[in-house]
Design a binder for this molecule. Structure first.
Ligand code: AMP
Ligand code: MG
Length: 333
């Protein structure tokens, strides 16, 4: 992947001056009106809630970076409602990308593809590729089909904090910075999208997420090249510390020995267990764990507990992405 240009290595400078009386609503016409006028709103997706603005409008994109306090070197994903829109964003679509689109869109898969010149540099942090996804949440898909431009939509939380999986989470974290939150209920998957790109004809995974690697490999009929972490931090969005609940988190191996603790409140096991009051998964499935992991990290943020032990997920399917998020949340301050 291309190195990030020096000029993007800084944070938004402008301070937010505007505050709003945020409405939580399902009014798609109002959402469209705000977006058409260059505004930024929160939208539901099947992964997490996104902070959305016109992906072809530099000012809307700049507002998203400012509201999140996200550094400009961390590029945004363009969300589309129709496959034909890809042509306005990407110059070429590799055969394998097309296979993945046919298999998984709409859904929790982002593809990084060569970008067209017309795509604003601020969206891609100056990179010559653009990340694109078609989300499957019916409300957002309807919104995307009703507008003439893609939406840039990173998770609707301040940079490095836990991603929101319901409208109220958004309101609590960034409510007054945006006029409207589209309420589409609880996010079905609860983890961000899986990100895949192509380097020298090899399919590369950049972020583990809501689509299991195994499903992608099955369609491509070969293993993916894994580039989900970088010790030198040259790839965007791969910070070791992220999803921060501001607590000391100690990870226990999946089905490993539990620590000798007296208070079951400071232990979160993978599945319900009599040693703990809380579990990541309600039934031992990865799907349940994925949809709960961010809510649990958020509850920790609000609790008085100083140190918490969390059992890892099994290292398969969505469990790999859950463990990725737990590791970043547990990374020492
Ligand atoms: P999110 O934080 O969910 O909006 O996802 C954005 C992430 O997508 C970034 O942190 C990058 O890891 C990845 N991404 C977005 N655009 C690009 C791009 N042009 N090239 C490589 N990775 C990208
Ligand atoms: Mg995010």
């Amino acid at each position: 992947m291309q190195k990030i240009f020096h000029k993007w290595q800084h944070r938004p400078k402008l301070k937010l001056t505007k505050t709003f009386q945020t409405v939580i609503t399902d009014d798609l016409d109002l959402a469209k009106t705000i977006l058409d006028s260059g505004g930024v709103i929160a939208i539901p997706t099947e992964t997490v809630y996104g902070l959305a603005g016109n992906a072809m409008d530099r000012d809307s994109i700049a507002s998203i970076f400012r509201i999140k306090n996200r550094p400009y070197f961390n590029p945004l994903i363009a969300h589309i409602g129709k496959i034909e829109q890809l042509k306005s964003l990407c110059s070429t679509i590799p055969k394998e990308a097309q296979e993945l689109i046919d298999a998984f869109w709409p859904g929790p898969l982002t593809l990084v593809l060569p970008k067209k010149k017309s795509v604003p540099d601020i969206l891609t942090s100056g990179l010559n590729k653009v990340a694109v996804r078609m989300p499957s949440h019916p409300m957002t898909l309807e919104l995307l089909k009703s507008i003439k431009y893609p939406l840039a939509a990173p998770s609707a939380n301040p940079y490095k904090y836990v991603s929101p999986t319901c409208a109220q989470h958004v309101k609590n974290q960034i409510g007054s910075s945006i006029p409207l939150i589209l309420d589409g209920g609880q996010c079905e998957i609860g983890l961000e999208s899986t990100i895949i790109g192509f380097e020298e004809n090899m399919a590369v995974i950049y972020r583990l997420g809501g689509l299991a690697i195994e499903s992608v490999e099955e369609v491509l009929r070969k293993p993916l090249v894994i580039k989900t972490r970088s010790d030198n931090y040259v790839l965007p969005g791969q910070e070791k510390r992220h999803y921060s609940p501001g607590k000391e988190i100690v990870l226990i191996p999946f089905e490993g020995a539990l620590p000798p603790i007296v208070n079951p409140d400071v232990l979160i096991t993978w599945k319900p267990n009599k040693s703990s009051h809380n579990s990541l998964s309600l039934d031992g499935s990865e799907i349940s764990g994925a949809s709960r992991v961010f809510s649990i990290l958020r509850e920790l943020d609000n609790s008085k507990i100083g140190k918490i032990y969390i059992e890892r997920a099994p290292e398969k399917g969505l469990g790999k992405a859950i463990n990725d998020r737990l590791e970043r949340a547990a990374y020492p301050f």
